[in-house]
Design a binder for this molecule. Structure first.
Ligand SMILES: Nc1ncnc2c1ncn2[C@@H]1O[C@H](COP(=O)(O)OP(=O)(O)OP(=O)(O)O)[C@@H](O)[C@H]1O
Ligand SMILES: [Mg+2]
Length: 468
Protein backbone atom coordinates (compact mmCIF):
# COMPACT_ATOMS: atom_id res chain seq x y z
CA UNK A 1 0.00 0.00 0.00
CA UNK A 2 1.29 3.39 -0.94
CA UNK A 3 -0.03 6.88 -0.56
CA UNK A 4 -0.21 8.70 -3.88
CA UNK A 5 -2.38 10.98 -5.97
CA UNK A 6 -3.36 9.65 -9.35
CA UNK A 7 -5.56 11.02 -12.13
CA UNK A 8 -7.25 8.62 -14.55
CA UNK A 9 -8.58 9.80 -17.93
CA UNK A 10 -10.69 7.65 -20.23
CA UNK A 11 -13.84 8.39 -22.20
CA UNK A 12 -15.17 4.92 -21.40
CA UNK A 13 -16.91 5.03 -17.99
CA UNK A 14 -16.49 1.27 -17.61
CA UNK A 15 -12.69 1.56 -17.88
CA UNK A 16 -12.66 4.40 -15.38
CA UNK A 17 -14.58 2.31 -12.91
CA UNK A 18 -12.35 -0.72 -13.12
CA UNK A 19 -9.19 1.40 -12.83
CA UNK A 20 -10.62 3.22 -9.85
CA UNK A 21 -11.26 -0.12 -8.15
CA UNK A 22 -7.74 -1.39 -8.84
CA UNK A 23 -5.99 1.80 -7.72
CA UNK A 24 -8.10 2.39 -4.63
CA UNK A 25 -7.36 -1.13 -3.46
CA UNK A 26 -3.68 -0.15 -3.71
CA UNK A 27 -4.14 2.93 -1.52
CA UNK A 28 -4.08 5.54 -4.30
CA UNK A 29 -6.13 8.73 -4.06
CA UNK A 30 -7.90 8.50 -7.41
CA UNK A 31 -9.55 11.30 -9.39
CA UNK A 32 -11.43 10.30 -12.54
CA UNK A 33 -12.05 12.33 -15.69
CA UNK A 34 -13.87 11.57 -18.90
CA UNK A 35 -12.87 14.94 -20.30
CA UNK A 36 -9.10 15.34 -20.86
CA UNK A 37 -9.37 19.16 -20.75
CA UNK A 38 -10.78 18.98 -17.26
CA UNK A 39 -8.05 16.56 -16.24
CA UNK A 40 -5.46 19.01 -17.51
CA UNK A 41 -6.95 21.87 -15.48
CA UNK A 42 -6.84 19.59 -12.43
CA UNK A 43 -3.14 18.82 -12.99
CA UNK A 44 -2.40 22.52 -13.43
CA UNK A 45 -3.77 23.14 -9.95
CA UNK A 46 -0.93 20.89 -8.66
CA UNK A 47 -0.52 17.87 -6.35
CA UNK A 48 -0.68 15.02 -8.86
CA UNK A 49 1.92 12.24 -8.88
CA UNK A 50 0.81 10.11 -11.81
CA UNK A 51 -1.62 10.49 -14.69
CA UNK A 52 -3.03 7.43 -16.38
CA UNK A 53 -4.71 8.20 -19.70
CA UNK A 54 -6.26 6.33 -22.55
CA UNK A 55 -4.42 6.92 -25.81
CA UNK A 56 -7.42 7.13 -28.13
CA UNK A 57 -10.07 9.54 -26.98
CA UNK A 58 -12.63 11.52 -28.88
CA UNK A 59 -11.60 15.13 -28.24
CA UNK A 60 -8.03 15.41 -27.07
CA UNK A 61 -5.92 12.32 -27.65
CA UNK A 62 -3.57 10.88 -25.05
CA UNK A 63 -0.43 12.25 -26.70
CA UNK A 64 -1.77 15.81 -26.77
CA UNK A 65 -2.79 15.45 -23.15
CA UNK A 66 0.68 14.08 -22.34
CA UNK A 67 2.34 17.10 -23.92
CA UNK A 68 0.15 19.61 -22.08
CA UNK A 69 0.56 17.82 -18.76
CA UNK A 70 4.35 17.72 -19.13
CA UNK A 71 4.30 21.43 -19.90
CA UNK A 72 2.20 22.14 -16.82
CA UNK A 73 4.29 19.96 -14.48
CA UNK A 74 7.24 17.97 -15.85
CA UNK A 75 7.45 15.89 -12.67
CA UNK A 76 4.02 14.27 -13.21
CA UNK A 77 4.60 10.80 -14.66
CA UNK A 78 2.22 9.85 -17.47
CA UNK A 79 1.21 6.27 -18.28
CA UNK A 80 -0.78 5.48 -21.42
CA UNK A 81 -3.43 2.82 -21.84
CA UNK A 82 -3.31 1.30 -25.28
CA UNK A 83 -5.35 -1.18 -27.16
CA UNK A 84 -3.44 -3.76 -29.10
CA UNK A 85 -2.52 -2.21 -32.43
CA UNK A 86 -1.78 1.22 -31.00
CA UNK A 87 1.50 0.15 -29.45
CA UNK A 88 3.41 2.06 -32.11
CA UNK A 89 1.70 5.27 -31.01
CA UNK A 90 2.51 4.46 -27.40
CA UNK A 91 6.17 3.98 -28.28
CA UNK A 92 6.05 7.39 -29.94
CA UNK A 93 4.54 8.77 -26.74
CA UNK A 94 7.43 7.40 -24.68
CA UNK A 95 9.75 9.43 -26.82
CA UNK A 96 7.66 12.46 -25.94
CA UNK A 97 8.12 11.86 -22.24
CA UNK A 98 5.49 9.29 -21.29
CA UNK A 99 6.75 7.02 -18.53
CA UNK A 100 5.31 3.78 -19.90
CA UNK A 101 2.31 2.20 -21.53
CA UNK A 102 -0.04 -0.57 -20.50
CA UNK A 103 -1.73 -2.69 -23.14
CA UNK A 104 -5.35 -3.61 -22.72
CA UNK A 105 -6.99 -5.81 -21.51
CA UNK A 106 -5.96 -4.40 -18.14
CA UNK A 107 -4.50 -6.70 -15.56
CA UNK A 108 -4.58 -5.57 -11.96
CA UNK A 109 -0.99 -6.52 -11.13
CA UNK A 110 0.42 -4.97 -14.26
CA UNK A 111 -1.38 -1.69 -13.60
CA UNK A 112 -0.19 -1.54 -10.01
CA UNK A 113 3.37 -2.48 -10.86
CA UNK A 114 3.59 0.15 -13.58
CA UNK A 115 2.15 2.83 -11.31
CA UNK A 116 4.62 1.92 -8.56
CA UNK A 117 7.52 2.15 -10.96
CA UNK A 118 6.28 5.55 -12.14
CA UNK A 119 6.08 6.70 -8.52
CA UNK A 120 9.62 5.50 -7.93
CA UNK A 121 10.77 7.47 -10.98
CA UNK A 122 8.98 10.56 -9.69
CA UNK A 123 10.70 10.18 -6.32
CA UNK A 124 14.04 9.96 -8.12
CA UNK A 125 13.33 13.08 -10.12
CA UNK A 126 12.49 15.03 -6.99
CA UNK A 127 15.57 13.73 -5.18
CA UNK A 128 17.80 14.62 -8.11
CA UNK A 129 16.27 18.07 -8.23
CA UNK A 130 17.19 18.65 -4.60
CA UNK A 131 20.73 17.39 -5.26
CA UNK A 132 20.94 19.95 -8.05
CA UNK A 133 19.66 22.68 -5.78
CA UNK A 134 22.21 21.73 -3.15
CA UNK A 135 24.95 21.77 -5.77
CA UNK A 136 24.07 25.29 -6.78
CA UNK A 137 23.73 26.43 -3.19
CA UNK A 138 27.09 25.14 -1.85
CA UNK A 139 29.43 27.94 -1.13
CA UNK A 140 32.47 25.95 0.02
CA UNK A 141 35.41 27.39 -1.87
CA UNK A 142 33.59 28.41 -5.03
CA UNK A 143 34.43 25.68 -7.50
CA UNK A 144 36.09 23.41 -4.96
CA UNK A 145 33.00 21.41 -4.14
CA UNK A 146 32.40 19.17 -1.18
CA UNK A 147 30.60 18.93 2.11
CA UNK A 148 32.63 16.23 3.85
CA UNK A 149 34.22 17.10 7.15
CA UNK A 150 37.72 16.55 5.79
CA UNK A 151 37.15 18.84 2.81
CA UNK A 152 35.54 21.56 4.90
CA UNK A 153 38.51 21.39 7.29
CA UNK A 154 40.95 21.53 4.36
CA UNK A 155 39.15 24.53 2.87
CA UNK A 156 39.51 26.32 6.21
CA UNK A 157 43.31 26.01 5.89
CA UNK A 158 43.16 26.82 2.19
CA UNK A 159 41.32 30.07 2.89
CA UNK A 160 43.87 31.00 5.55
CA UNK A 161 46.70 30.29 3.11
CA UNK A 162 44.94 32.38 0.47
CA UNK A 163 45.03 35.41 2.76
CA UNK A 164 48.81 35.09 3.26
CA UNK A 165 51.83 35.12 0.93
CA UNK A 166 53.44 32.10 2.58
CA UNK A 167 54.72 29.22 0.47
CA UNK A 168 52.37 26.26 0.32
CA UNK A 169 53.01 22.57 -0.21
CA UNK A 170 50.01 20.58 -1.41
CA UNK A 171 50.20 16.82 -1.38
CA UNK A 172 47.70 14.14 -2.19
CA UNK A 173 47.05 11.29 -4.59
CA UNK A 174 46.72 11.86 -8.28
CA UNK A 175 43.45 13.49 -9.33
CA UNK A 176 42.42 14.71 -5.87
CA UNK A 177 42.25 18.37 -6.85
CA UNK A 178 45.71 19.72 -6.00
CA UNK A 179 45.86 21.83 -9.14
CA UNK A 180 42.40 23.24 -8.53
CA UNK A 181 43.26 24.15 -4.94
CA UNK A 182 46.48 25.87 -6.03
CA UNK A 183 44.46 28.03 -8.43
CA UNK A 184 41.91 28.71 -5.75
CA UNK A 185 44.60 29.93 -3.33
CA UNK A 186 45.92 32.28 -5.98
CA UNK A 187 42.52 33.62 -7.02
CA UNK A 188 42.15 35.81 -3.97
CA UNK A 189 45.49 37.51 -4.61
CA UNK A 190 47.25 39.67 -7.16
CA UNK A 191 49.41 39.10 -10.22
CA UNK A 192 49.60 36.12 -12.50
CA UNK A 193 49.27 32.41 -11.76
CA UNK A 194 52.21 30.84 -13.56
CA UNK A 195 52.47 27.10 -13.75
CA UNK A 196 55.57 24.97 -14.22
CA UNK A 197 55.10 21.25 -14.55
CA UNK A 198 58.40 19.83 -13.36
CA UNK A 199 57.54 16.43 -14.84
CA UNK A 200 56.63 17.71 -18.30
CA UNK A 201 59.66 19.93 -19.02
CA UNK A 202 62.92 18.15 -19.95
CA UNK A 203 65.65 18.50 -17.33
CA UNK A 204 67.94 20.61 -19.52
CA UNK A 205 65.16 23.13 -20.22
CA UNK A 206 63.74 23.45 -16.73
CA UNK A 207 66.23 26.04 -15.56
CA UNK A 208 65.84 28.13 -18.72
CA UNK A 209 62.07 27.99 -18.44
CA UNK A 210 62.08 28.99 -14.82
CA UNK A 211 64.79 31.68 -14.75
CA UNK A 212 64.89 32.82 -18.38
CA UNK A 213 67.96 33.44 -20.55
CA UNK A 214 69.97 35.97 -22.51
CA UNK A 215 70.79 35.66 -26.22
CA UNK A 216 73.64 33.21 -26.75
CA UNK A 217 73.22 31.53 -23.36
CA UNK A 218 72.96 28.21 -25.21
CA UNK A 219 72.50 27.05 -28.78
CA UNK A 220 69.08 28.19 -29.94
CA UNK A 221 68.85 31.07 -27.44
CA UNK A 222 68.45 33.86 -29.98
CA UNK A 223 66.43 36.44 -28.06
CA UNK A 224 66.25 37.32 -24.39
CA UNK A 225 63.47 35.42 -22.69
CA UNK A 226 61.99 36.13 -19.31
CA UNK A 227 61.62 33.13 -17.06
CA UNK A 228 58.39 32.07 -15.38
CA UNK A 229 59.71 33.25 -12.04
CA UNK A 230 59.79 36.77 -13.45
CA UNK A 231 56.34 36.44 -15.01
CA UNK A 232 55.00 35.42 -11.62
CA UNK A 233 56.47 38.52 -9.94
CA UNK A 234 53.81 39.82 -7.56
CA UNK A 235 51.75 36.72 -8.20
CA UNK A 236 52.01 32.96 -7.79
CA UNK A 237 54.45 30.41 -9.16
CA UNK A 238 52.89 26.95 -9.15
CA UNK A 239 55.47 24.15 -9.22
CA UNK A 240 53.50 21.05 -10.08
CA UNK A 241 54.95 17.55 -9.60
CA UNK A 242 57.79 19.00 -7.53
CA UNK A 243 58.56 15.53 -6.13
CA UNK A 244 60.22 14.41 -9.33
CA UNK A 245 62.20 17.57 -10.11
CA UNK A 246 65.87 16.66 -10.82
CA UNK A 247 68.30 17.23 -7.92
CA UNK A 248 70.36 19.81 -9.86
CA UNK A 249 67.22 21.83 -10.41
CA UNK A 250 66.26 21.45 -6.78
CA UNK A 251 69.54 23.12 -5.77
CA UNK A 252 68.84 26.14 -7.99
CA UNK A 253 65.31 26.37 -6.74
CA UNK A 254 66.50 26.31 -3.16
CA UNK A 255 68.70 29.34 -3.68
CA UNK A 256 65.83 31.23 -5.25
CA UNK A 257 63.53 30.34 -2.36
CA UNK A 258 66.12 31.34 0.24
CA UNK A 259 67.26 34.63 -1.29
CA UNK A 260 64.44 35.53 -3.64
CA UNK A 261 67.29 36.06 -6.14
CA UNK A 262 68.26 34.52 -9.45
CA UNK A 263 70.09 35.19 -12.70
CA UNK A 264 68.87 34.62 -16.20
CA UNK A 265 70.98 32.01 -17.95
CA UNK A 266 73.93 33.70 -19.64
CA UNK A 267 73.71 36.80 -17.44
CA UNK A 268 75.58 37.98 -14.33
CA UNK A 269 72.91 40.41 -13.32
CA UNK A 270 71.13 39.28 -10.18
CA UNK A 271 67.39 39.85 -10.27
CA UNK A 272 64.96 39.98 -7.39
CA UNK A 273 61.29 39.16 -7.51
CA UNK A 274 58.50 38.83 -5.00
CA UNK A 275 56.84 35.57 -5.92
CA UNK A 276 54.73 33.27 -3.81
CA UNK A 277 55.43 29.60 -4.47
CA UNK A 278 52.85 26.84 -4.31
CA UNK A 279 54.22 23.37 -4.92
CA UNK A 280 52.27 20.15 -5.41
CA UNK A 281 53.19 16.51 -5.39
CA UNK A 282 51.65 13.07 -5.17
CA UNK A 283 54.81 11.66 -3.61
CA UNK A 284 55.39 11.28 0.08
CA UNK A 285 58.25 13.80 0.35
CA UNK A 286 59.67 12.60 3.71
CA UNK A 287 60.03 9.16 2.11
CA UNK A 288 61.61 10.74 -0.99
CA UNK A 289 64.07 12.56 1.29
CA UNK A 290 65.09 9.29 2.96
CA UNK A 291 65.51 7.76 -0.48
CA UNK A 292 67.87 10.61 -1.40
CA UNK A 293 65.79 11.93 -4.31
CA UNK A 294 64.48 15.05 -2.60
CA UNK A 295 66.43 17.73 -0.72
CA UNK A 296 65.44 18.10 2.88
CA UNK A 297 66.29 21.83 2.99
CA UNK A 298 64.07 22.46 -0.04
CA UNK A 299 61.27 20.57 1.64
CA UNK A 300 61.38 22.89 4.66
CA UNK A 301 61.41 25.96 2.43
CA UNK A 302 58.32 24.84 0.57
CA UNK A 303 56.49 23.35 3.50
CA UNK A 304 55.48 26.55 5.28
CA UNK A 305 51.82 25.73 4.95
CA UNK A 306 51.18 22.04 4.47
CA UNK A 307 47.93 20.94 2.84
CA UNK A 308 46.96 17.31 2.46
CA UNK A 309 44.17 16.73 -0.04
CA UNK A 310 42.39 13.54 1.05
CA UNK A 311 41.64 10.84 -1.53
CA UNK A 312 38.02 10.55 -2.61
CA UNK A 313 37.49 7.28 -0.73
CA UNK A 314 38.16 9.16 2.52
CA UNK A 315 35.39 11.65 1.79
CA UNK A 316 32.59 9.60 0.31
CA UNK A 317 30.06 12.28 1.32
CA UNK A 318 31.40 14.43 -1.50
CA UNK A 319 30.70 11.86 -4.20
CA UNK A 320 26.99 12.59 -4.88
CA UNK A 321 27.62 16.29 -5.22
CA UNK A 322 30.67 15.87 -7.42
CA UNK A 323 28.93 13.26 -9.59
CA UNK A 324 26.03 15.66 -10.10
CA UNK A 325 28.39 18.50 -10.97
CA UNK A 326 30.28 16.44 -13.54
CA UNK A 327 27.04 15.14 -15.07
CA UNK A 328 25.90 18.74 -15.52
CA UNK A 329 29.25 19.88 -16.92
CA UNK A 330 29.46 16.99 -19.38
CA UNK A 331 25.85 17.40 -20.45
CA UNK A 332 26.47 21.06 -21.18
CA UNK A 333 29.70 20.34 -23.03
CA UNK A 334 28.07 17.61 -25.15
CA UNK A 335 24.76 19.44 -25.55
CA UNK A 336 22.74 16.72 -23.86
CA UNK A 337 20.05 16.80 -21.25
CA UNK A 338 21.38 16.21 -17.72
CA UNK A 339 20.60 12.56 -16.87
CA UNK A 340 19.41 11.49 -13.45
CA UNK A 341 21.41 9.21 -11.19
CA UNK A 342 19.49 6.20 -9.92
CA UNK A 343 20.13 5.69 -6.17
CA UNK A 344 21.49 2.19 -6.88
CA UNK A 345 24.02 3.63 -9.32
CA UNK A 346 24.90 6.36 -6.85
CA UNK A 347 25.37 3.78 -4.09
CA UNK A 348 27.86 1.94 -6.31
CA UNK A 349 29.75 5.17 -7.00
CA UNK A 350 29.89 5.95 -3.29
CA UNK A 351 31.29 2.50 -2.44
CA UNK A 352 33.88 2.38 -5.22
CA UNK A 353 37.53 2.97 -4.18
CA UNK A 354 38.37 5.60 -6.87
CA UNK A 355 42.10 4.99 -7.38
CA UNK A 356 42.04 7.86 -9.90
CA UNK A 357 40.07 10.04 -7.47
CA UNK A 358 38.05 13.01 -8.69
CA UNK A 359 39.47 12.92 -12.19
CA UNK A 360 38.31 9.31 -12.57
CA UNK A 361 34.82 10.27 -11.40
CA UNK A 362 34.80 13.17 -13.84
CA UNK A 363 35.76 10.89 -16.74
CA UNK A 364 33.16 8.29 -15.82
CA UNK A 365 30.40 10.88 -15.66
CA UNK A 366 31.37 12.17 -19.08
CA UNK A 367 31.29 8.61 -20.40
CA UNK A 368 27.78 7.92 -19.09
CA UNK A 369 26.51 11.22 -20.50
CA UNK A 370 27.96 10.49 -23.94
CA UNK A 371 26.98 6.82 -24.10
CA UNK A 372 23.70 7.05 -22.18
CA UNK A 373 20.57 6.54 -24.21
CA UNK A 374 17.96 7.35 -21.63
CA UNK A 375 17.67 10.17 -19.16
CA UNK A 376 18.60 7.85 -16.31
CA UNK A 377 21.93 6.44 -15.20
CA UNK A 378 21.20 3.05 -13.71
CA UNK A 379 23.53 0.55 -12.04
CA UNK A 380 23.53 -1.50 -15.23
CA UNK A 381 24.77 1.52 -17.20
CA UNK A 382 28.01 1.57 -15.23
CA UNK A 383 31.01 -0.34 -16.57
CA UNK A 384 31.53 -3.86 -15.24
CA UNK A 385 34.46 -2.87 -13.02
CA UNK A 386 31.92 -0.89 -11.01
CA UNK A 387 29.83 -3.96 -10.51
CA UNK A 388 27.43 -2.87 -13.27
CA UNK A 389 26.50 -5.18 -16.07
CA UNK A 390 26.29 -2.84 -19.05
CA UNK A 391 23.17 -3.88 -20.90
CA UNK A 392 21.94 -6.89 -18.97
CA UNK A 393 18.41 -6.41 -17.73
CA UNK A 394 16.19 -9.26 -16.71
CA UNK A 395 12.73 -10.11 -17.93
CA UNK A 396 10.56 -12.51 -15.96
CA UNK A 397 8.65 -14.89 -18.19
CA UNK A 398 5.75 -16.65 -16.49
CA UNK A 399 5.33 -20.32 -17.41
CA UNK A 400 2.24 -21.06 -19.42
CA UNK A 401 2.84 -18.54 -22.18
CA UNK A 402 3.02 -19.66 -25.78
CA UNK A 403 6.20 -19.01 -27.70
CA UNK A 404 4.40 -16.25 -29.60
CA UNK A 405 3.40 -14.60 -26.33
CA UNK A 406 6.95 -14.83 -25.02
CA UNK A 407 8.14 -13.13 -28.20
CA UNK A 408 5.60 -10.38 -27.71
CA UNK A 409 6.56 -9.90 -24.07
CA UNK A 410 10.24 -9.81 -24.90
CA UNK A 411 9.73 -7.34 -27.72
CA UNK A 412 7.74 -5.00 -25.50
CA UNK A 413 10.37 -5.18 -22.77
CA UNK A 414 13.22 -4.54 -25.17
CA UNK A 415 11.34 -1.61 -26.68
CA UNK A 416 10.88 -0.21 -23.21
CA UNK A 417 14.55 -0.69 -22.37
CA UNK A 418 15.48 1.07 -25.62
CA UNK A 419 13.08 3.88 -24.79
CA UNK A 420 11.13 3.38 -27.98
CA UNK A 421 14.17 3.34 -30.25
CA UNK A 422 13.21 0.64 -32.78
CA UNK A 423 16.65 0.37 -34.36
CA UNK A 424 18.26 -0.16 -30.99
CA UNK A 425 15.59 -2.70 -30.03
CA UNK A 426 16.13 -4.59 -33.27
CA UNK A 427 19.85 -4.69 -32.62
CA UNK A 428 19.38 -6.03 -29.11
CA UNK A 429 17.00 -8.70 -30.36
CA UNK A 430 19.16 -9.61 -33.33
CA UNK A 431 16.35 -9.07 -35.81
CA UNK A 432 15.73 -6.72 -38.70
CA UNK A 433 14.00 -3.45 -37.74
CA UNK A 434 11.21 -4.47 -40.11
CA UNK A 435 10.36 -7.32 -37.77
CA UNK A 436 9.74 -4.78 -35.03
CA UNK A 437 7.54 -2.75 -37.38
CA UNK A 438 5.59 -5.85 -38.29
CA UNK A 439 5.09 -6.68 -34.64
CA UNK A 440 3.89 -3.18 -33.88
CA UNK A 441 1.52 -3.14 -36.81
CA UNK A 442 0.07 -6.53 -35.99
CA UNK A 443 -3.38 -6.22 -34.50
CA UNK A 444 -3.66 -9.83 -33.50
CA UNK A 445 -4.35 -9.94 -29.77
CA UNK A 446 -2.41 -12.59 -27.93
CA UNK A 447 -3.84 -13.13 -24.49
CA UNK A 448 -2.20 -15.10 -21.73
CA UNK A 449 -3.16 -18.75 -21.80
CA UNK A 450 -4.35 -18.58 -25.40
CA UNK A 451 -2.39 -21.26 -27.21
CA UNK A 452 -1.82 -20.98 -30.91
CA UNK A 453 -3.43 -23.74 -32.96
CA UNK A 454 -1.17 -26.64 -33.90
CA UNK A 455 0.20 -26.63 -37.40
CA UNK A 456 0.17 -22.87 -37.80
CA UNK A 457 2.91 -21.78 -40.14
CA UNK A 458 6.08 -20.80 -38.29
CA UNK A 459 6.79 -17.10 -37.92
CA UNK A 460 8.50 -16.06 -41.14
CA UNK A 461 10.84 -13.62 -39.47
CA UNK A 462 14.43 -14.41 -40.30
CA UNK A 463 16.50 -14.48 -37.12
CA UNK A 464 19.90 -12.75 -37.03
CA UNK A 465 20.47 -13.44 -40.74
CA UNK A 466 19.59 -10.09 -42.35
CA UNK A 467 22.18 -7.41 -42.06
CA UNK A 468 21.33 -3.86 -41.03
N1 LIG B 1 36.52 19.57 -4.91
C1 LIG B 1 36.37 19.64 -6.23
N2 LIG B 1 35.24 20.16 -6.76
C2 LIG B 1 35.08 20.21 -8.09
N3 LIG B 1 35.96 19.77 -8.98
C3 LIG B 1 37.10 19.23 -8.52
C4 LIG B 1 37.35 19.15 -7.13
N4 LIG B 1 38.56 18.58 -6.97
C5 LIG B 1 39.03 18.32 -8.19
N5 LIG B 1 38.18 18.72 -9.14
C6 LIG B 1 38.37 18.54 -10.60
O1 LIG B 1 38.92 17.25 -10.79
C7 LIG B 1 39.92 17.26 -11.78
C8 LIG B 1 41.23 16.79 -11.20
O2 LIG B 1 41.72 17.75 -10.30
P1 LIG B 1 43.25 18.28 -10.36
O3 LIG B 1 43.78 18.26 -11.73
O4 LIG B 1 43.30 19.54 -9.60
O5 LIG B 1 43.91 17.09 -9.53
P2 LIG B 1 45.43 16.89 -9.14
O6 LIG B 1 45.45 16.47 -7.73
O7 LIG B 1 46.20 18.12 -9.52
O8 LIG B 1 45.82 15.68 -10.06
P3 LIG B 1 47.33 15.22 -10.55
O9 LIG B 1 48.06 14.72 -9.35
O10 LIG B 1 47.04 14.13 -11.51
O11 LIG B 1 47.95 16.43 -11.15
C9 LIG B 1 39.98 18.69 -12.30
O12 LIG B 1 39.17 18.79 -13.46
C10 LIG B 1 39.38 19.49 -11.17
O13 LIG B 1 38.78 20.68 -11.66
MG1 LIG C 1 47.64 18.40 -11.01
Amino acid sequence: MQDYRIVVVDDEPANLESLERILKSDGGKVTLFQDPEEALRFVQRGSVDVLLTDLRMRFLNGIELLESVKKADPTVEVILLTAFGTVELAVEAMRKGAYDFITKPLQRLQVIRTVHRALEKRRLVTENLSLREELHATGVGGEVLGRSESLVRLMGLVNQAARSRANVLIHGESGTGKGLIAEYIHRGGQGLFVKVNCAAIPENLLEAELFGYEPGAFTGAVKRKKGRVELANGGTLFLDEIGIAPLTFQAKLLRFLQEGEFERLGSNETLRVETRVIAATNLDLPVAIKAGIFREDLYYRLNVVNLRVPPLRERKEDIPLLAQKFLEDSAKKNQRAVPMLHPEALAILVEYAWPGNIRELQNLMERVVVLGRSGMVEAADLPTEFGGSADLRTVTIPLGLSLRQVEKLLMEEVLRASHGDKKQAAKLLGVHPRTIHRFLESTEPVRPGEALPEGLPEETTPPVAEDF
